[in-house]
Design a protein around this ligand. Structure first.
Ligand SMILES: Cc1ncc(COP(=O)(O)O)c(C=O)c1O
Length: 482
């Protein structure tokens, strides 16, 4: 389906749904926002949602459900073992992914934990296009390490390459030769690569990667959490797939993978997760962890209502008018920001709009967390909550040194079917104002730094009084506006 054209020639994303249930929002005054940010230790994860106007922290578990999904929740079969709901979900996964077995789990990182427990030994290396925070944390917790083999364009914020999540096949071949296939438990391919701006890989690249791995007897794991965006980009950007249905592209992708896992907080517009595979030995190896950590095999820690909604949501993911909504809104937001000179990752990807904080705050030292400082400033400027995706989201090395992230991004997620265009334009306006006043924004220092996944709970303070100066400038420019 092509875009809907406007007589005016203007390019606007058009919602292919109507809103029938709403949630009231609150926008506290700028002084209250500054106080809330201080109370949250300058960490947007620690804000209370009642203090947030537009919650662009994540797309995880906060996508809007359809009427069909809500209706399906009413017929969930609430039984511990053998629930009819489970068999409906299993059948939908088997149909869409063309796999034989399914293991349910309460969310994506539970799958990552079980995958790592099942396959990773100390000294192992897991090559991947790019890491995700929890996927890496589970591999390193078991003594393994990750190697990021994304193509060079993937780390260039303004490259126009359509598939910046592609694996560099030369680097993969070199990695296998150097490390040895026996020390590579699997190659992990992340659809809609989260930490580099929601960038997709092509079906062609995935197929070539799988071929290379399989030639050396190495398993291929697909992280399908952000599959829906990647499907849309394959359909619209990969010439060879132009005439394939979304369903056919899904099957072709899954045919390359030995294990497919996903967070249903993203894929399927619900909350939960799971792993699909066709190899009985792989299934048996992971199966016992489900009742141990998640729940019995027919619910895996999920609520049956969410499982019903997921079954419907997965089917809705096969509809291009549904999956186009996120990427089209994100592209609109990115283009509006670019018009105001704000540096964003291009081409626009899935999941959210990604602001290049390294360039936005080029005067802030890399160890003073520019993306976290920008997240703090954007909240103060407009009550908009984004997420730091940069150095703060990295782990320290075992010797305590702090690696500088290859990309320093502020992610403004657009949860699917949630925000309207005027809300997006409001966020753009406030970020545009902040860009004009960027020299007022300074860095942050840790006051409490957790050992693992420090971005979740870490507390920071501003270096100097830049937040007071920002609030003063806001009042000067916006008068008594909220
Ligand atoms: C690509 C990717 N993989 C895995 C996960 C982990 O999923 P969950 O949050 O359900 O644990 C996420 C979550 O954001 C993700 O984006």
């Amino acid at each position: 389906m092509g875009d809907i054209k406007m007589f005016s020639g203007e390019k606007i994303p058009l919602e292919m749904h109507k809103v029938r249930v709403v949630q009231k929002l609150n926008l506290p005054p700028v002084e209250a926002r500054q106080q809330a940010m201080a109370a949250a230790g300058n960490n947007t994860f620690l804000l209370h949602n009642e203090d947030v106007f537009l919650d662009m922290l994540t797309d995880s578990g906060v996508n809007a459900m359809s009427d069909q999904q809500v209706a399906s929740m009413m017929v969930a079969d609430d039984s511990y073992a053998g629930s009819a709901t489970y068999y409906r979900l299993e059948a939908k996964i088997q149909e869409l992914f063309d796999t034989k077995y399914f293991l349910p789990a309460h969310q994506g990182r539970a799958c990552e934990s079980i995958l790592a427990e099942s396959f990773v030994k100390p000294g192992d290396v897991v090559p991947m296009n790019f890491h995700f925070t929890t996927s890496k944390a589970h591999i390193t917790r078991l003594g393994g390490s990750v190697e990021e083999l994304v193509i060079d364009e993937g780390l260039n914020p303004t490259s126009n390459f359509p598939f910046k999540g592609n694996i560099d096949l030369i680097k993969l071949r070199e990695c296998i030769a150097r490390v040895g296939a026996e020390h590579i438990p699997f190659v992990r391919l992340e659809a809609g690569t989260n930490l580099i701006g929601g960038q997709p890989f092509s079906l062609e690249n995935m197929t070539a990667t799988a071929k290379l791995a399989h030639e050396s007897g190495i398993r291929v794991v697909l992280d399908a959490s952000l599959l829906q965006d990647n499907l849309y980009f394959i359909k619209t950007r990969e010439a060879a797939c132009k005439d394939m249905s979304i369903r056919a592209i899904t099957k072709a992708m899954c045919a390359n993978a030995d294990i497919i896992y996903f967070s249903a907080r993203k894929l399927g517009f619900a909350r939960g997760g799971g792993m699909a595979m066709s190899d009985k030995a792989i299934y048996e190896r992971m199966k016992d962890f489900i009742p141990l950590f998640e729940g019995f095999l027919t619910y895996g820690g999920m609520s049956v209502r969410e499982m019903e909604a997921m079954t419907v949501g997965l089917e809705e993911t096969m509809d291009e008018t549904v999956i186009s909504q996120g990427p089209q809104f994100i592209e609109f937001m990115a283009n509006e920001l670019l018009k105001r000179g704000v540096p964003v990752v291009t081409p626009a990807g899935g999941l959210g709009c990604h602001v290049n904080a390294r360039e936005f705050l080029s005067h802030v030292d890399a160890h003073a967390y520019p993306a976290a400082a920008l997240a703090s400033a954007v909240y103060i400027a407009g009550g908009v909550r984004g997420m730091e995706r940069g150095t703060l989201s990295e782990q320290r090395e075992p010797d305590g040194t702090e690696p500088i992230a290859s990309m320093e991004l502020l992610r403004l997620a657009l949860p699917r079917r949630v925000f309207t265009m005027s809300q997006v334009l409001y966020a753009v306006d406030r970020i545009g104002w902040l860009y004009e006043n960027r020299k007022l924004v300074g860095g942050l220092n840790f006051v409490e730094e957790p050992k693992t996944l420090r971005f979740f709970f870490g507390r920071l303070e501003p270096i100097g009084d830049w937040q007071e100066q920002l609030v003063k400038k806001f009042r000067k420019d916006f008068g008594d506006s909220l």
